[in-house]
Design a binder for this molecule. Structure first.
Ligand code: 7RM
Length: 639
């Protein structure tokens, strides 16, 4: 039996039990056998959730890039580490071998050093999905600087807030970026942001689009020429296991974004171990995660997890709809992708399109399909399973968070039988608990509650940058001695977990607790419906009533809307009960979404409650233009 690679359900149960009975011995063995350390730990785990304080492998020393790069050079130096697939399918893909990547990371490390970056300094990275992004991330890790990647779709305001929160003195960006048919002026966004960030003394600019940009003398430098001149070796900085590796911002339900801090040792061990098992990675596989490295999914499962396993990881610059909706499948065929990991919002968008886009390509290389980011509704799950996996590739519905660093609840493909809408069992070492409103753990199965984690795991965030108190309040004060996820979950009779959505998405209608996800699932089953979002709004009699915002598959189709509303409510009544029927329905052309594809229910809640004077910050929306449309349609409906 190898604890590192789980191959059967019995083995999963056995290893899981071991990981819970004796977590320290378990993680010590994993850490010892599968990673390179400069010095071993004095203690495996020290924890106190009341402070909260968590330390894994305390006293150990390492550099994560030696594990992601150097140790592979002997055995797989000529293997592709990063396979870069450009936005334009006519531009050739770039195969960056482990040897090339090592060299480019070393050059970048020297450049950062020469520009005054030292261990512990924060580096803001605002780059599109081009190789320089992964290279800069790894170079920071190599010199011990803390990277703070800001998704290159964020506005200058959002960028400035993040640069200032962790006091970055240097920004790495590019002239522009390609996204589908669009070209974005990244450098001007940075210039605008930096008007608010006087402490930033250096900007390194990668060349991507070749567009004309302003270069501020004394501050801005082209990266390409620096790379050519830089020395191609750099001895990795020796880091303590608990030294910070990176900061990644995640938006809270209120207030300013939270800079989640992840540390070197535990994060490396957990992301590598989950990657190996949850994607069942084998040496010659070609793994593709479509996320942007600007999100935690990209950090853990494009960069660190795959590279720590010596994998080939695809970096895709484009979007699913360019040049047409067959792009994902064209790339799967072209590179013979074996593991494909994407988000439900992408699956739903592609499921709206003709099946010809899928069926024109050979997808037989696929072995594992992953989903992450929000609950995957039953219809999307089946579409993915049947049309992409042809019923042959298990769908792994992976539940986790920026804060958790790695996947927490997920099937292990070919090991855990999958069921639509269930993320199934906790991963090895993860101890979930469901809590009731009195703060007690709910034992037994066939039950639901607020999802907590009772015991530390190696990749958990250690704090919020500059605000440990907020870290404590947000995650460790709702329940005693537990990490609170903010999500609700249902546990079925065999112990499978279904994530029911943020607990703040629970709506109490006439005293009944209704989760938004199951209602949306019911609505989405109507053949005319593309997507839906349900929110509550104050109601005289019921306390709250339900408002449904719905997009239809065929835009412009003149179906009888009244009839459609009746049919939708009929579906809900059938599947959940008449109590869950919608009081109001609005058909809209799009739902407001964050750039990572999550529906911003906060905005819809305000519109539904007719509180549109102050919608709060909508600068992080992907499609702010739909907000105006929805507001107008909603107010027309009020009269
Ligand atoms: C990885 C990521 C975290 C929140 C989380 C959930 C939701 C993510 C799933 C999911 C149901 C899933 N990090 N979420 N994955 N809900 N099933 N498989 O998305 O920090 O950006 O978001 O996303 O609500 O708390 S995140």
């Amino acid at each position: 039996m190898s604890n590192y690679s789980i191959k059967s359900l019995e083995e999963y149960f056995q290893v899981y039990r071991k990981s819970v009975r004796d977590p320290e011995t378990f993680w010590e063995e994993i850490a010892e056998e599968h990673f390179d350390w400069r010095r071993k730990w004095d203690s495996v785990l020290h924890w106190d959730f009341s402070k909260p304080e968590v330390k894994w492998f305390d006293g150990a020393q390492l550099n994560i890039t030696e594990n992601c790069l150097d140790r592979h050079l002997q055995i797989r130096g000529n293997k592709t580490a990063i396979l870069f697939e450009p936005n334009d399918p006519k531009e050739e893909a770039e195969h960056i071998t482990y040897r090339d990547l090592h060299e480019r990371v070393c050059r970048m490390s020297n450049i950062l050093k020469e520009n005054g970056v030292n261990k512990g300094d924060r580096v803001c990275i605002y780059l599109p999905m081009i190789p320089e992004l992964a290279i800069t991330v790894l170079a920071c890790a190599r010199i011990g600087a803390i990277h703070s990647v800001v998704f290159a779709g964020f506005s200058s305001n959002a960028l400035a807030t993040r640069i200032n929160d962790c006091d970055c003195k240097i920004v790495v960006t590019s002239d522009g970026s390609y996204r589908g048919a669009k070209t974005l002026d990244l450098k001007s966004i940075v210039d605008k942001a930096l008007e608010e960030c006087p402490q930033v003394s250096h900007v390194l600019v990668a060349k991507r689009t070749g567009q004309k940009v302003n270069m501020k003398r004394g501050r801005d430098q082209w990266l390409d020429s620096l790379m050519e001149q830089a020395y191609a070796d750099f001895p990795a900085e020796i880091m303590d296991a608990e030294d910070p590796l990176f900061i990644l911002y995640t938006s809270g339900s209120t207030g300013k974004p939270k800079g989640m801090v992840h540390s070197c040792g535990g994060y490396m061990v957990y992301t590598a171990y989950t990657f190996k098992n949850i994607f069942q990675y084998r040496e010659d596989d070609i793994y593709w995660c479509t996320a942007d490295i600007g999100w935690i999914t990209g950090h853990s499962y494009i960069v660190y997890g795959p590279l720590a396993n010596g994998a080939t990881t695809v970096m895709f610059e484009g979007v699913p709809s360019y040049p047409d909706s067959g792009r994902f499948w064209e790339v799967v065929q072209k590179h013979k992708i074996t593991q494909f990991y994407t988000a439900p919002t992408a699956i739903r968008a592609l499921a709206k399109e003709k099946l010809d886009y899928v069926n024109s390509y050979d997808l037989s290389s696929l072995k594992v399909l992953g989903s992450v980011g929000e609950p995957i509704n039953e219809e999307a799950w089946h579409w993915y399973n049947n049309n992409i996996g042809k019923g042959q590739s298990p769908v792994v519905d992976t539940w986790w968070q920026t804060e958790t660093g790695g996947i927490m609840i997920s099937p292990i493909p070919y090991v855990t039988p999958t069921t639509p809408t269930f993320a199934t069992f906790p991963f090895i070492g993860i101890q979930p608990a469901l809590m009731d409103d009195q703060g007690n753990e709910i034992l037994g199965n066939q039950t639901q509650g607020k999802l907590c984690i009772k015991f530390p795991w190696p990749s958990m965030a250690r704090t919020i940058w500059g605000d440990h108190e907020r870290y404590k309040n947000t995650y460790f004060s709702a329940f005693d001695n537990c990490y609170f996820t903010g999500d609700g979950a249902f546990r079925d009779e065999v112990g499978y977990y279904r994530i029911t959505g943020r607990v703040d998405d629970v709506i109490i209608v006439s005293g009944h607790n209704l989760g938004t996800a199951p209602i949306e699932d019911a609505i989405n089953e109507h053949p005319a419906v593309a997507e839906s979002a349900i929110v509550g709004y104050p109601h005289d009699v019921k306390g709250n009533a339900l408002y449904g915002f719905i997009t239809l598959k065929e835009v412009g189709e003149s179906r009888d809307r009244d009839n459609l509303m009746k049919e939708i409510n009929q579906k809900i009544a059938e599947q959940i009960g008449p109590i869950a029927k919608l009081e109001k329905i609005l058909f809209v052309s799009g739902l407001p979404k964050t750039r990572s594809g999550k529906i911003m229910r906060r905005i819809l809640r305000k519109i539904a409650s007719n509180e549109t004077e102050n919608l709060g910050d909508i600068s992080t929306l992907l499609n702010p233009e739909v907000v105006q449309e929805i507001m107008e349609a909603a107010s027309a409906k009020q009269v």
